[in-house]
Design a protein around this ligand. Structure first.
Ligand code: DP6
Length: 332
């Protein structure tokens, strides 16, 4: 049984996939159709405070200082997974804040569910292993499974029906290959189609979906080798190819999913000219118009300056690679 009030605060950072996840083998358990590979960022944070309180009649969610009703059901359903393990029904108040734009392709759901999983584990003293936390975070958002770990991370698709083999594992520490990421923000508006809805639409209607899923294992093997060998060129080629193949699937979805804007394309062209000059940089783009430029440390300042100068780029953020989700405080 839980004590009257059990609370915890956890912090997690978003991650950026280099080999992308776009498609599910099971929607109910949120099982990915293929694996993925990501880097966890250092400079962007989600901090989540969670308090189980017997006085609450229902779960309450405050996101970035605003009382939420839109996401309360989903978050409540996610917490049910932890309540079931702790054998309690106590409702909770969740307060979560991001220090970066929410819902604009910067993976706020990844850091959000990773932080919430760690906070729930801490508040309920469940003592879950990291792979279990990753598996549970996946139920909130597939990409959240990866933010449990820092540095370079690989997510397994698994093949069991119950999803017990679909979790992330760390591949290489951030300090072992300290790449930098420069993010060009091309809009602060929320995207029109969520990743969840978008990938389901692609799965239903994109003629390229099957071929896309078939390319992932090969790309994953190449990217894994590149990371372990710290081979930047090799990682650059496979990451850009995975990103563009995913966007090709999106574009061929009916109706088309166009996550880019004009500045997104201008950023790609800028990065291509920097590459032609020998600058160590490559791009990746998720379900939103922001461009993430992954750089060798010595190239980051040059890349940031170049992207800042592009019409339509509203802001440029820079980040190193960071650690996985962690508990900050826990109290009764
Ligand atoms: C384009 O993890 O947000 O960022 O599992 O449905 O919550 P759900 O999807 P989500 O999708 C991320 C898609 C992506 C690529 C990636 O991060 O691998």
């Amino acid at each position: 049984m839980t004590s009257p009030s059990m609370q915890a605060t956890a912090c997690a950072q978003p991650n950026i996939a280099l080999v992308k996840y776009w498609g599910k083998r099971d929607a109910a358990l949120n099982l990915p159709a293929a694996g993925s590979l990501s880097i966890t960022l250092a400079a962007l944070h989600t901090r989540t405070h969670l308090r189980f309180d017997p006085a609450l009649a229902q779960d309450e969610v405050v996101l970035n200082g605003r009382r939420e009703s839109e996401h309360t059901r989903k978050i409540g359903g996610f917490l049910d997974l932890f309540r079931a393990r702790a054998r309690i029904e106590t409702r909770a108040r969740i307060e979560s804040g991001n220090d970066f734009p929410t819902g604009a392709g910067l993976a706020s759901s990844a850091s959000g569910f990773a932080a919430l999983a760690v906070a729930a584990d801490g508040a309920l003293a469940l003592g879950l292993a990291k792979h279990e936390l990753s598996m549970l975070a996946r139920r909130g958002s597939g990409s959240a499974a990866r933010s449990i770990f820092g540095g370079f991370v690989e997510m397994a698709a698994g093949d069991r029906d119950d999803g017990t083999d679909a979790f992330a594992t760390p591949l290489l520490d951030a300090a072992a290959w300290p790449l930098e990421v420069v993010i060009a923000i091309t809009t602060r508006e929320q995207k029109a189609t969520s990743s969840r809805d978008g990938m389901q639409a692609s799965q239903r209607t994109s003629p390229y979906y099957r071929d896309w899923i078939a390319t992932v294992p090969g790309d994953l093997a190449t990217a894994r080798d590149a990371v372990l060998a710290r081979d930047f060129e090799k990682l650059a080629h496979v990451s850009e190819a995975s990103c563009m193949a995913m966007h090709a699937v999106m574009l061929a979805t009916r109706p088309a999913l166009i996550y880019w804007n004009g500045a997104t394309l201008a950023c790609i062209q800028c990065i291509r000219s920097l590459q032609a000059e020998g600058t160590g940089v490559f791009f990746t783009i998720d379900a939103g118009p922001q461009v993430k430029a992954v750089c060798l440390p010595q190239a980051a300042a040059r890349v940031a300056d170049a992207l800042r100068g592009i019409d339509g780029v509203e802001d440029v953020l820079a980040s190193g690679l960071g650690e996985g989700a962690r508990l900050e405080t826990v109290s009764a």
